[in-house]
Design a protein around this ligand. Structure first.
Ligand SMILES: Nc1ncnc2c1ncn2[C@@H]1O[C@H](COP(=O)(O)OP(=O)(O)OP(=O)(O)O)[C@@H](O)[C@H]1O
Ligand SMILES: O=C(O)[C@@H](O)C(=O)CO
Length: 410
């Protein structure tokens, strides 16, 4: 294995898995830390954790265990994959996890760049933008679990670590890999690197050729496979037909638009936060309803920020999140037991809950549905396809597109 990725959520894992696969690498996405060795032919292993919002000590322990396994498989470079919107709280988990990984690997400088230009995330003057908005005005300030209210990544990361924070500005990045290397301090530091174009990320990749630890969104991997001689390639796909479902627990702006678009063309039912917390969602009845539909239906808890805030105030933030995630997890099991074979999930935490409930140890990465979202296949027979969509990714017709592409060959 050449590159090992520790991903802090499941959608993020498939996002970077796609980047590495399109870079010409043979990639597998593992669900948690495997207890067996990886296939020898693998170029990259991505370990999907659900550590983004876990207690700090738990996130650190899981990430170090994942890193150890990847190093044991021969990984020469480790990437900590975090969200392209740098989702975290003043306690972590990005800073503490990165510190622990750096100590484990013995690196004193870590380049950090969440830019993902194709999805509108750019880093300029140390600030994170989503399209033409600062992060803190992009809708991410209303995130149910990790509201992002400060767009200055230097300040965000400084609150989470005792390490120095440095910055490589765009002007250095635009001068090329040697200028980036020259701008990295010699003292121990986490180094925020500006990037606004894919080209910048390619140059950052070149500059990072000999670094053993990097941190970023999937964009940080754009330039890495070519360091190992790989050439861009399109992943292949065998069609998966059969009953489909869309499960959406993401409350992001993009997902709410996708829910509205899909609900106008397919049967849909909303899962209420209160009912989930009270244990009043009848899983079997919902699953029976879903499999009786002729068009793949949508089950969603996605709600606007006012509704989410009201539910959190009345019932408790963690309690609501856990209860809704548990509903989606049980629904996924009930649906698969009834023969559902195409499953589209929206939201990283929601995807984590669903995949954990379905229990695969490894997922195969297929071609892209949208930037940052690949088709994936669950192991075994009958064939089952999965799409794990990050909250803010995909166009308005993402759900129907994903279901259609699952059934098509490429
Ligand atoms: N109606 C609701 N009220 C309160 N919380 C909700 C509601 N619906 C979903 N949630 C919770 O909000 C969280 C949404 O997080 P999730 O990671 O699934 O989506 P996201 O943050 O938009 O996606 P990503 O992390 O990929 O950007 C989940 O924990 C989910 O259970
Ligand atoms: O980087 C992103 O935005 C996504 O891969 C993600 O991690 C969302 O959960």
């Amino acid at each position: 294995m050449k590159i090992g990725v520790v991903a802090d959520d499941f959608t993020g894992a498939s996002d970077i898995g796609l980047t590495l696969a399109e870079g010409g690498f043979r990639v597998s996405q593992f669900i948690g830390v495997p207890d067996v060795p990886a296939e020898a032919a693998l170029d990259a292993g991505v370990i999907a954790l659900k550590s983004r919002t876990a207690p700090v000590a738990e996130a650190v322990a899981q990430s170090v265990a994942a890193c150890d396994w990847l190093l044991a498989q021969g990984a020469q470079q480790i990437v900590l994959k975090v969200c392209s919107t740098f989702d975290s709280t003043p306690h972590g988990n990005i800073g503490p996890v990165l510190e622990a990984l750096a100590e484990r690997i013995g690196e004193d400088q870590v380049l950090v760049c969440p830019a993902f230009p194709e999805n509108g995330r750019s880093v300029y003057q140390g600030h994170l933008f989503v399209a033409d908005r600062l992060l803190s005005e992009s809708g991410m300030q209303n995130h149910p679990l990790t509201p992002m209210t400060d767009p200055d990544l230097r300040r965000v990361l400084a609150a989470q670590t005792g390490w120095d924070i440095a910055h490589v500005p765009a002007l250095s990045v635009w001068q090329g890999a040697a200028a980036i290397q020259a701008a990295i301090p010699e003292a121990r530091a986490m180094v925020i690197v500006d990037a606004v174009r894919d080209e910048d990320l390619r140059v950052i990749g070149q500059a990072a050729r000999n670094r053993r630890l990097l941190c970023g969104g999937s964009g940080i991997a754009i330039g890495l496979p070519s360091n190992f001689g790989a050439r861009p390639a399109a992943p292949s796909w065998e069609p998966v037909d059969g009953p489909g479902i869309v499960l959406s627990g993401s409350c992001s702006i993009a997902t709410r638009g996708q829910v509205e678009t899909y609900a106008a063309q397919a049967p849909s039912l909303q899962i209420e936060a209160e009912a989930a917390v009270a244990g009043e969602v009848d899983i079997d009845a919902l699953a029976d309803w879903a499999v009786a539909q002729t068009t793949p239906p949508l089950l969603f808890s996605s709600a606007d920020p006012d509704e989410v805030r009201a539910a959190q105030r009345a019932l408790g933030q963690e309690r609501v999140a856990e209860a809704i995630e548990a509903v989606f997890a049980r629904l996924a099991q009930a649906l698969v037991a009834r023969g559902t074979s195409r499953i589209v999930v929206a939201g990283g935490e929601t995807s984590g809950a669903v995949v954990a409930a379905l229990g695969p140890q490894v997922l195969e990465i297929g071609p892209r549905i949208a930037p940052g979202v690949p088709l994936m296949r669950l192991p075994g027979q009958p064939a089952r396809a999965l799409a794990l969509k990050s909250g803010n990714f995909g166009g308005p017709d993402f759900f129907s597109r994903a279901l259609d592409l699952m059934a098509a060959s490429s």
